[in-house]
Design a protein around this ligand. Structure first.
Ligand code: NAP
Length: 323
């Protein structure tokens, strides 16, 4: 990661799981923050942050963490963001930037906004990067490299503050884009929330099948099922909150999805091979487009290592029919 001059003097991280822990590591590796202060809800996590050593200071409370910080990033499940904003609001420094990383933005604006004091710049954000793992051990400095971070500043936000937060995320390796919270929630409903719901559904369905044993589902999972299991292993608390807080957009996208599923169901029932072929050709082009713009590896099978064949036996001399 390229080294930069500090963009913020004091960075406070509230919540240090996969995302908060990755921000801390990336901020340290890039030099984007001079001092990193971190805290978490549980004593176990706070102890673990100290052991991992990715923060300069670990505080017992949220209010101690945000004291004198010029950038505060809240990295917790979206359902808890209002309560945390209420807790830290009175302790935020004048001129500080308050941000978050939640996967839903409309509800974060609604729940945190009322507790942001005058003179504090509130700029919600969402780094579109992650893994199926959680907790402070799961984080790593390179998580945001070449991934998008979407900023959703509310109307009237000081452009200089938005610029500073954008520079911070760029230093962590991310590409930054700005949009409204509502538009973010619609886009992410298609690209992230719906795929997660489908993966949770398929994996649950396979688990409940009567005619196919569980051991068969696991054994033959390379047929496609296992690619859904990575997504379906994502954190249950985080995803419960995503669906509860982006309800409208997810229901809208689910309506469209159900219509498309009905079309494919009909094509299968009628034996309409052309309809199936056309549809699958379009989707294959989308996958290639994602690889082309560098949002996934071109390696086949998601770059999984494939064992080489064991040494082939020395072939016996060929016995021809006329010998
Ligand atoms: P995580 O690894 O499970 O970490 C969650 C952190 O939040 C932990 O520090 C936890 O503290 C704290 N926390 C949990 N419940 C809390 C509550 N009720 N009040 C205060 N703190 C609480 O989760 P994560 O993956 O980093 O996700 C954090 C946020 O990032 C979520 O809003 C999620 O939508 C967003 N996000 C996630 C991903 C992803 O792929 N995971 C990607 C982009 C954005 P303790 O450890 O002390 O319990």
């Amino acid at each position: 990661m390229t080294k930069t001059e500090p963009i913020v003097q004091r960075l406070a991280l509230i919540g240090t799981g996969l995302i908060g822990g990755s921000i801390a590591r990336a901020a340290r590796a890039s030099g984007a923050a001079r001092t990193i202060v971190a805290t978490a809800r549980s004593p176990e996590t706070r102890k673990r942050i100290k052991e991992l050593g990715f923060a300069d200071q670990v505080t017992e409370t949220n209010s101690e963490a945000v004291k004198d910080a010029d950038l505060v990033i809240v990295s917790i499940p979206v359902g808890a963001s209002g309560a945390v904003a209420k807790d830290i609001g009175p302790h935020l420094k004048q001129g500080a930037i308050l941000s978050d990383v939640g996967s839903v933005k409309g509800s974060v604006v609604r729940d945190m906004g009322p507790y942001v004091p005058k003179g504090v710049h509130f700029i919600p954000a969402h780094p579109v990067a992650g893994t199926e793992n959680s907790g402070p051990d799961a984080g790593f400095a390179e998580l945001f490299v070449n991934r998008w971070c979407i900023l959703t500043p509310v109307e009237g936000t000081d452009p200089a503050a938005t610029e500073k937060l954008s520079a911070f995320w760029s230093a962590l390796g991310a590409n930054v884009e700005t949009m409204t919270a509502d538009h973010h929630d619609l886009v992410l409903a298609v690209t992230s929330h719906l795929p997660h719901l489908i993966a949770y559904t398929i994996v649950g369905t396979a688990d409940e099948l009567g005619d196919v044993t569980q051991s068969e589902v696991l054994k033959f999972s390379a047929g496609g099922f296992r690619d859904f299991t990575r997504i379906a292993a994502s954190d249950p608390t985080m995803w419960r909150d995503v669906f509860l807080h982006n309800k409208e957009a997810v229901l809208e996208m689910l309506g469209t999805f159900n219509e498309d599923l009905s079309k494919l169901t009909r094509a299968i029932r009628r034996g309409d091979g052309d309809a199936l072929f056309d549809h699958f050709s379009r989707t294959r082009a989308i996958r290639r487009g994602i690889v082309q713009i560098g949002q996934d590896s071109p390696a086949p099978d998601f770059g999984r290592p494939h064992p080489t064949l064991p040494d082939a036996p020395v072939p016996k001399p060929y016995a021809s029919d006329d010998s």
